[in-house]
Design a protein around this ligand. Structure first.
Ligand SMILES: Cc1cc2nc3c(=O)[nH]c(=O)nc-3n(C[C@H](O)[C@H](O)[C@H](O)COP(=O)(O)O)c2cc1C
Length: 293
């Protein structure tokens, strides 16, 4: 069913041929399906068949078809039949969308005011740009341990990154240099105190086999960027790093006993910084705009 083509698990051609949106799968198939794939399908289908339509109709005071939420309702029924938790994020969010779609199909309005973001003050804006510009790739660290709660906060920021089709493939491994000395031999920063490995559960992409590999990798990149920014915002420093070769990422995969469907994409080293590099200066933005029509 799967092959390792050097980038980790990829669907084989025959899987793509057989691949179907959840709407074309029977209840039996959806019940028998791997839980991770099923949940990703709930996220993807509620995103493509409901989320966009609900917000479009709510904004324009349009009435939605009474059948708009049928597929998501069916998936949520199967969710319960599978015994999955109804307080899970995708179940709660899809339920909100179903409720909203039902209101819109009855010609009622949907109140999105409770979800208005906190107004961005001048101070918040300035702070944001300070974090963006003062984040540096830092490659020297003190010996101070980083509490788990700070690491989790940083990793959570990665999960809040934009993600193609909302399939949410991002997974992590936290590897402390102290517990596995030498595992990162060959890295540009072999002694980085905490290595945050950004992984992807490739089963999630079975929810939408049309996702190009480029978008899958951008999903991981978006998480990585949030992570380096969050690390700096949380008082840590870090550096985004690249696997120097296949042997290196295989070594990590083997050490962690990661199954074939988990793809290591990249990693970020973090810790308390012990270096304040001169910023590698950037071009003026005007010089980077190749077109503005
Ligand atoms: C995808 C990606 C891969 C990177 N890989 C490495 C790496 O392997 N080794 C390294 O020392 N820095 C790596 N970096 C960090 C860049 O060298 C650094 O971001 C760049 O020089 C700009 O410096 P700044 O991050 O301080 O602004 C990587 C950054 C990105 C985004």
């Amino acid at each position: 069913m799967a092959e390792n083509n050097g980038m980790g698990y990829m669907p084989k051609e025959e899987v793509i041929e057989k691949w179907q949106y959840a709407s074309n799968l029977s209840d039996e198939e959806l019940l028998a399906m791997d839980e991770v794939e099923f949940r990703a399908r709930v996220r993807e289908r509620s995103h493509h068949t409901l989320e966009i339509q609900v917000y479009h109709a709510a904004y324009r005071n349009l009435t939605l078809s009474a059948t708009q939420a049928d597929l998501t309702k069916r998936l949520l029924k199967l969710w319960v039949q599978r015994g999955l938790p109804t307080d899970a994020p995708e179940y709660k969010y899809a339920s909100f969308l179903v409720e909203s779609a039902d209101k819109l199909s009855r010609g009622e309005s949907v109140d999105l005011k409770p979800y208005t973001p906190t107004p961005v003050t001048k101070e918040m804006e300035d702070n944001f740009f300070t974090i963006v510009k003062e984040r540096r790739s830092v490659r020297e660290f003190t010996d101070e341990d980083v509490p788990d709660e700070i690491l989790y906060k940083v990793l959570e920021a990665g999960l809040w990154a934009a993600h193609g089709c909302n399939v949410q493939s991002i997974r992590y491994a936290i590897i402390r240099e102290k517990t596995t000395p030498g595992l990162f031999k060959g890295s540009d920063v072999p002694g980085g105190p905490i290595h945050l490995l950004i992984l992807q559960d490739m089963r999630c992409y079975r929810a939408n086999n049309f996702t190009p590999v480029r978008n899958q990798l951008l999903d991981a990149g978006a998480a990585g960027q949030n992570i380096v920014l969050a690390a700096h915002a949380a008082g840590l420093e870090g550096v985004w790093l690249t696997f120097p070769n296949q042997e290196f990422s295989d070594r990590l995969k083997n050490k962690l006993n990661l199954p074939d469907y988990i793809r290591p994409v990249t990693y970020v080293d973090v810790g308390y910084g012990d270096q304040t590099p001169h910023p590698p200066l950037r071009w003026p933005v005007e010089d980077t705009i190749l077109a503005s029509i």
